[in-house]
Design a protein around this ligand. Structure first.
Ligand SMILES: Cc1cc2nc3c(=O)[nH]c(=O)nc-3n(C[C@H](O)[C@H](O)[C@H](O)COP(=O)(O)OP(=O)(O)OC[C@H]3O[C@@H](n4cnc5c(N)ncnc54)[C@H](O)[C@@H]3O)c2cc1C
Length: 686
C-alpha cells in the first residue's frame, strides 16, 4: 500500500452509512417505476416544434443578426416612451419606491423566509399587482418599460418581491389572459388580479422540467363538454402557497369526451393535447402539500400542489385544447423580460456596494480598488451592469413599440442577463472578501454594515434555471438562428430521403445559399466611416457588423459540416448563441448611450454613458473573440466521450474516500394518483 493510500485510509477510517468507499455500499436506489408520459427524444422535439411560433410578421433585429444582416436601424434610434406612458410610469415608480423604503424590511424577509402579509397587501394597495393589467380591468396599464423599472425597484428592496410580482403578472393569470383570454374571462379574472388576488403558473411536475412533452397532469373533459376534471401533481409553483388563481397546464386526452360511466362514448370529440386553464386556488381537490425551501429567494411562497378530481368549468380554458404550450411560450415572449429586470437590479446594487466598499477597504497600503485584480472586477461590474440595464430597457421598449418581433431579443435578454448577473454577484462576493461570504445579519450583529452580498449570489442563481434554463434558452435561440437554413436546406438533411427528392432539395438550398453567401463577404463594418454618428462607439458597431457576418458564416459552416447532426452539437450552437447575445448587448449599449446623449439624460448619463458603453463593448469583444476561437478549437467531442465513460462508471474510483451527506431517497419522487395524504399548507393573504 502506498503512503498516499495509507494516509487516505487514516483520514476516513470508519465506514459510515453514507460513506462512499470501495466497494460502494450506497449505490443509489434511484429510479422508481415509470413516471410521467414516456416520451422519445423525437417526440419531445416534435412537441417543442409544434409550440414554436413559426411566423415572423414583424422585423426582428435578433433574427437578422444571426443571418449576418446587422440592421441597426431596427433598434436605432432607440425607441422612446410616449409622454403619457412615461408620466404614469414615473408616478407609479415613485409611489412604489416610497412604499418599499417605508415598509419593506429585506433582512426580516430573509430571516423569517416569508414576505409579511402586510407587505403583500400594501403592494396590492399601491397597485403593484395590476401593473401589467389594462386600466379597462382595473389595472395600471403600465408599459413594459415601467413594469420592468418597477421590478428593478421592488427587486432591490427584496428580490423575493420581484419574484412574487413577476410570477403573478409575467407568467401568472394576467399575461396569458391578456393575450389569449375571452372578453368574459378578462372581465371575470383581471380585476381580481389587479386588486391583489395572487396568481401562479403551474407547468412543472416532478417528471417535467425542461421537457413538457412528459406532462402527465390530466384534464379529462366531461361528456357534455361543460367541464374538465384535473388530476396530477405540480412542482415548484412560485406563489402557489398563497395563490388565489392558478394557470394550470394539463393534458386533455384525445378522442371522445367523458369518463367511463358518464356516457363518454357519445360525448363531444376532443382534439386533446396540453391545454391551459385558469383554476381557483381554493377549488375542492387542490392541496398544497409542501412549501419548498431554496438556496435563495427565501421569501418565495413556492409549493408542490396536488390536483385530485378538481372540477374546472370549460369556460375557464384559455384558448383551444392543445394550445397550452404555445400560450406558455408566447406569454414568455415578453414575460421573459422580468427576470432580466431582476438581474439589472442586482447589477446596480452590486455596483454601489463594490464602489463604496472598495474605496473604504485598505489592504497592502492602498484602497483595494487600486489593486488591479480588484479594479478589473469593478470595471466588469460597472460595464456589465450598464449593459444589463440597456438590454432590459431596449427589449422592453421594443415590446412597447410593437413594431418589432422581440422573441429573440427577449430570449437573449433572459439568457445573457441571468448569466452575467450571476457573474457580477460572484465578483462582488470576491471583492468583499470574507465579508462577502458572511450573511448580512451576522455582519450587522457584530456591528458592521449588513451587506447582503452572499444573498445576492444565492438569490440570483435561480435565474439561470427557471423560465427556461440557460441550456434550453441556447437551444431555443439556436433553433431560431438556424431557421433560415432549415427552411432552405432542411429537406436535404433529412435521413432516408429518395434521390430525386434530395436533388430537388439540394437545388432549392443551392439557390438560397447562392443569394445569401455573397452578402456575408463585405458590409458596413469594413467601411472606416460607418456608424460615425456614434463617435467613439463607432468602431465597436463596425466590429459588431463584421462579427454578425462572421457568425452567420460560422453557422453555415456548421450546417455544411454536420448537417442534421448540428442539432446535437450543443457546444457549437451554444457558442453561436453566446456570441449573438454579446453582439446584441453591444448594440443595446451603443444605441442607449447615443439616445441618452441626444436627450441630455439627467444625472450624468448623457455625459458618461458613452464611457461605460465603450468599456462594455471592449470587454464583450474579448469574450466574442474567445468564443469565435472556441467554435473550432474546443474539447466538445472529447468531453462528450469522457462524459459517456464517466456515466459508464469507469472512473468511479475517483468518488471513493468521501461521505455523501445526501438524505437517501429516489432522485425523482414517484407521483401516486389519488387524494392527498398531506395537510394543505395553502393560505390566503388579505
Ligand atoms: C425556485 C423555483 C421556482 C420555480 N417556479 C416555477 C413556476 O412558478 N412554475 C413552473 O411551472 N415551474 C417553476 N419552476 C420550475 C423551473 O422552471 C424548472 O426547474 C426548470 O424548467 C428546469 O427544469 P428541471 O428543474 O426539471 O430541470 P431538468 O429539466 O431536469 O434539467 C436538468 C439539467 O439538464 C439540462 N437539460 C435538460 N434538457 C436538456 C436538453 N435537451 N439539452 C441540454 N440540456 C438539457 C437543464 O438545463 C438542467 O441543467 C421553478 C423552479 C424553481 C427551483
Amino acid at each position: 500500500m502506498s503512503e498516499h493510500q495509507e494516509s487516505a485510509r487514516a483520514t476516513h477510517p470508519v465506514t459510515q452509512p453514507n460513506q462512499v468507499s470501495e466497494p460502494d455500499r450506497r449505490e443509489p436506489q434511484s429510479r422508481m417505476g415509470p413516471r410521467g408520459a414516456q416520451v422519445s427524444e423525437a417526440q419531445a422535439r416534435e412537441i417543442a416544434e409544434q409550440a414554436r411560433e413559426t411566423e415572423w410578421a414583424l422585423p426582428s433585429f435578433g433574427r437578422q443578426l444571426f443571418l449576418g444582416d446587422f440592421q441597426l436601424s431596427l433598434i436605432h434610434p432607440h425607441p422612446r416612451q410616449e409622454d403619457e406612458a412615461a408620466r404614469r410610469g414615473e408616478e407609479f415608480c415613485a409611489r412604489l419606491r416610497d412604499f418599499c423604503e417605508a415598509s419593506v424590511n429585506s433582512a426580516l424577509i430573509e430571516r423569517e423566509a416569508r414576505i409579511p402579509d402586510e407587505v403583500v397587501t400594501g403592494l396590492a394597495d399601491v397597485g403593484a399587482f395590476g401593473m401589467k393589467i389594462s386600466t379597462a380591468y382595473g389595472g395600471l396599464g403600465l408599459s413594459n418599460l415601467y413594469y420592468n423599472r418597477a421590478l428593478i425597484i421592488a427587486g432591490s428592496a427584496s428580490p423575493a418581491l420581484a419574484a412574487l410580482l413577476s410570477a403573478h403578472q409575467s407568467i401568472g393569470v394576467p399575461q396569458p389572459l391578456a393575450l389569449f383570454g375571452t372578453d368574459q374571462q378578462k372581465q371575470h379574472y383581471l380585476p381580481r388580479c389587479a386588486r391583489g388576488e395572487i396568481s401562479a403558473f403551474l407547468l412543472t411536475e416532478p417528471d417535467v422540467g425542461s421537457d413538457p412533452a412528459r406532462l402527465s397532469t390530466t384534464a379529462t373533459p366531461s361528456a357534455d363538454g361543460s367541464e374538465y376534471v384535473l388530476n396530477g401533481v405540480k412542482l415548484w409553483t412560485t406563489n402557489g402557497v398563497v395563490a388565489d388563481l392558478l394557470v394550470v397546464m394539463a393534458r386533455v386526452p384525445k378522442g371522445e369526451g367523458g369518463r367511463e360511466g358518464e356516457g363518454g362514448r357519445e360525448g363531444k370529440s376532443h382534439r386533446g393535447g396540453i391545454t391551459a386553464f385558469v383554476v381557483e386556488g381554493s377549488a375542492e381537490g387542490i392541496t398544497v402539500e409542501h412549501r419548498n425551501a431554496f438556496m435563495g429567494l427565501r421569501g418565495l411562497e413556492n409549493g408542490a400542489t396536488r390536483f385530485h378530481e378538481v372540477r374546472v368549468p370549460a369556460a375557464s380554458r384559455i384558448g383551444e385544447e392543445g394550445q397550452g404550450l404555445k400560450i406558455a411560450l408566447t406569454t414568455l415572449n415578453t414575460g421573459r423580460l422580468s427576470l432580466p429586470a431582476s438581474c439589472a437590479s442586482a447589477g446596480k446594487l452590486a455596483l454601489k456596494i463594490a464602489r463604496e466598499w472598495s474605496g473604504e477597504r485598505v489592504q497592502w497600503g492602498r484602497p483595494i480598488a487600486e489593486h488591479q485584480a480588484v479594479a478589473k472586477k469593478i470595471a466588469f461590474i460597472a460595464a456589465t451592469g450598464y449593459a444589463l440595464e440597456a438590454v432590459v430597457e431596449l427589449s422592453s421598449q421594443l415590446a412597447d413599440d410593437k413594431r418589432r418581433d422581440i422573441r429573440i431579443e427577449a430570449a437573449l435578454a433572459k439568457l445573457y442577463c441571468s448569466e452575467m448577473g450571476c457573474a457580477i454577484a460572484d465578483e462582488l462576493v470576491q471583492i468583499r472578501g470574507g465579508r462577502g461570504y458572511e450573511t448580512a445579519a451576522s455582519l450587522a450583529a457584530r456591528g458592521e454594515r449588513g451587506v447582503p452580498a452572499e444573498q445576492l449570489l444565492r438569490d440570483l442563481r435561480i435565474n439561470r434555471i427557471f423560465e427556461g434554463s440557460s441550456e434550453i434558452m441556447r437551444l431555443l435561440i439556436a433553433r431560431e438562428a438556424v431557421d433560415a437554413h432549415l427552411t432552405a436546406a432542411g429537406e436535404m438533411i433529412k435521413p432516408g430521403l429518395p434521390a430525386a427528392q434530395r436533388a430537388r432539395a439540394a437545388a432549392k438550398a443551392g439557390g438560397f445559399y447562392a443569394r445569401w453567401l455573397p452578402t456575408l463577404v463585405t458590409g458596413e463594418g469594413q467601411r472606416p466611416q460607418a456608424f460615425s454618428e456614434f463617435g467613439p462607439l463607432a468602431p465597436h458597431l463596425r466590429y459588431a457588423e463584421r462579427a454578425s457576418r462572421k457568425l452567420a458564416r460560422a453557422t453555415f459552416y456548421g450546417m455544411a459540416r454536420w448537417q442534421g447532426g448540428l442539432e446535437r452539437r450543443q457546444g457549437f450552437l451554444g457558442r453561436l448563441v453566446d456570441i449573438g447575445a454579446e453582439l446584441f448587448a453591444m448594440s443595446a449599449v451603443c444605441v442607449r448611450a447615443q439616445m441618452d446623449a441626444e436627450d441630455g439624460a439627467a444625472g450624468g448619463r448623457a455625459e458618461t454613458g458613452f464611457e461605460l458603453a465603450g468599456a462594455f463593448c471592449a470587454q464583450a469583444r474579448v469574450r466574442c473573440d474567445e468564443l469565435f476561437g472556441q467554435l473550432w478549437k474546443n474539447t466538445d467531442s472529447a468531453d462528450t466521450g469522457l462524459a459517456r465513460r464517466v456515466m459508464s462508471g469507469r472512473y468511479k474510483w475517483l468518488e471513493y474516500g468521501i461521505i455523501d451527506p445526501s438524505i437517501p431517497g429516489p432522485w425523482v419522487a414517484e407521483t401516486v394518483a389519488g387524494p392527498s395524504k398531506h395537510e394543505n399548507v395553502h393560505r390566503h393573504i388579505g
